[in-house]
Design a protein around this ligand. Structure first.
Ligand code: 5GP
Length: 189
């Protein structure tokens, strides 16, 4: 038998159907809110790419997209208080309404320490808001204002729909929890 990535999943937390339905709802909400406002979705690589691809197709007002890459955090990063933006946006942001698209907000440090909202506003964006597919509020260490959220989840390490473990599982069409023998330390992230 062929071994697939599905074999490593202990539990499907959010099914493909539920994800797609929620993304369509978010798309409607965003379309209403940004009517007549030039919208730029800014996805945070790599995790948000799959979500952004579906979300923008659920939006029916004019919208463009771009991506930024933010270096991942570790304890060293936290104590130094610096998170680098490794790939920035080239486009002129003047007068554009930016919606940052993130896969999951966990501790909140990535968004906070990258100063991404402040940096985009400094480049004359008309507004900057945040859309996160998943929110793990029980893990939050710093406040993040999430304007659009897909699902609130409990404190479990999840993969799929763009979210990975060491570069694997991004291509699962659902959000799942890994079997304990494959996730190792990630369980206690
Ligand atoms: P924060 O800075 O909010 O703690 O973390 C945000 C980043 O941590 C996410 O963009 C994601 O890359 C990673 N992350 C946090 N929780 C999870 C999770 O449950 N699964 C995966 N695959 N990544 C996570």
């Amino acid at each position: 038998m062929v071994t697939t990535i599905h074999d490593d999943i202990a539990e499907v937390l959010i099914s493909e159907e539920l994800l797609q339905a929620r993304v369509r709802q978010l798309g409607k909400e965003i379309s209403r809110d940004y009517e007549g406002k030039p919208l730029l979705l800014v996805g945070i690589l790599k995790g948000a790419a799959v979500f952004l691809a579906d979300l923008i197709r659920a939006i029916d007002v004019p919208a463009d997209y771009d991506f930024v890459a933010i270096s991942s955090y570790g304890n060293a990063t936290r104590s130094s208080g610096v998170v680098d933006i490794k790939k920035d946006i080239d486009a002129d942001l003047t007068g554009r309404h930016v919606l940052i698209v993130e896969d999951i907000v966990d501790t909140g440090w990535t968004l906070r320490l990258s100063y991404i909202t402040e940096k985009l506003l400094a480049r004359n964006a008309a507004s900057v808001r945040i859309c996160a597919l998943l929110d793990k509020p029980s893990r939050r260490e710093v406040d993040v204002d999430i304007d659009y959220r897909g699902f609130v989840i409990e404190d479990r390490f999840v993969v799929g729909y763009g979210l990975d473990l060491a570069g694997r599982y991004r291509n699962l069409p659902y959000i799942g929890v890994l079997k304990s023998d494959v996730c190792g330390d990630a369980r206690n992230k």
